[in-house]
Design a protein around this ligand. Structure first.
Ligand code: IMP
Ligand code: MG
Length: 192
């Protein structure tokens, strides 16, 4: 897909493909240093992390295990309303180092709940890695350990992030044009 094909829908490119690639390499180096010699389990949240995760972990020269947790939210449009777990963790994380990966940290509700759920499984430690951080919208106090980019309060799509399940395949991160933007309070719309 070229940018031209998306021109009617995407207002601007916020983070380009090359900026993403550069930053993901940096993050991978930091993570590699931290987890060398540890028993690492990468736990990624579906579906928004797929592109980021694939790029990140192939740059990690570490023995690791990978698993997914599926989370969806209903009842508040694009915001995290009631969380529904659509896929449970299968791997045993007891005593292991967990790196929880998500696409974007917004209000913090999702990661707060997922982290609390994981904690019950008694991992040695849980660290959080997010591609994007929107700190201006935070409601729960979650501090990510690794952040790709800190972004302003704009609704972004691409590189895994969706609006109503579309745009995940954009190779860059962009801002939707006004007429495509999510309505503030729409009912029964899946988020992830
Ligand atoms: P939180 O629970 O509010 O932190 O929400 C995190 C989730 O909301 C992310 O995993 C995304 O699925 C979704 N989300 C929040 N902001 C955006 C955005 O700008 N674009 C696309 N999805 C978003
Ligand atoms: Mg989403």
């Amino acid at each position: 897909m070229t940018r031209t094909q998306w021109r009617n829908e995407i207002e601007k490119v916020l983070i380009s493909e090359s900026e993403i690639a550069r930053r993901v390499t940096e993050l991978a180096l930091e993570i590699e240093k931290e987890y060398s010699g540890r028993d690492l389990v990468v736990v990624a949240l579906l579906n928004g992390t797929v592109l980021f995760l694939a790029d990140l972990i192939r740059q990690l020269s570490l023995p690791l295990r990978l698993d997914f947790i599926g989370v969806s939210s209903y009842g508040a449009g694009t915001e995290s309303g009631n969380l529904v777990f659509t896929k449970e963790l299968r791997l045993d994380v007891k005593g292991r180092d967990v790196l929880l990966v998500d696409d974007i940290l917004d209000t913090g509700r999702t990661l707060t709940r997922v982290k609390a759920k994981l904690k019950k499984l008694k991992p040695r430690r849980i660290k959080i890695c997010v591609l994007l951080d929107k700190p201006s919208r935070r409601e729960e106090s979650v501090t990510p350990d690794y952040v790709g980019f800190t972004i302003p309060n704009e609704f972004v799509v691409g590189y895994g992030l969706d609006f109503a399940e579309r745009y995940r395949n954009l190779p860059y991160i962009g801002v939707l044009r006004q007429h495509n933007k999510p309505a503030p309070k729409k009912k029964k719309s899946a988020r992830k």
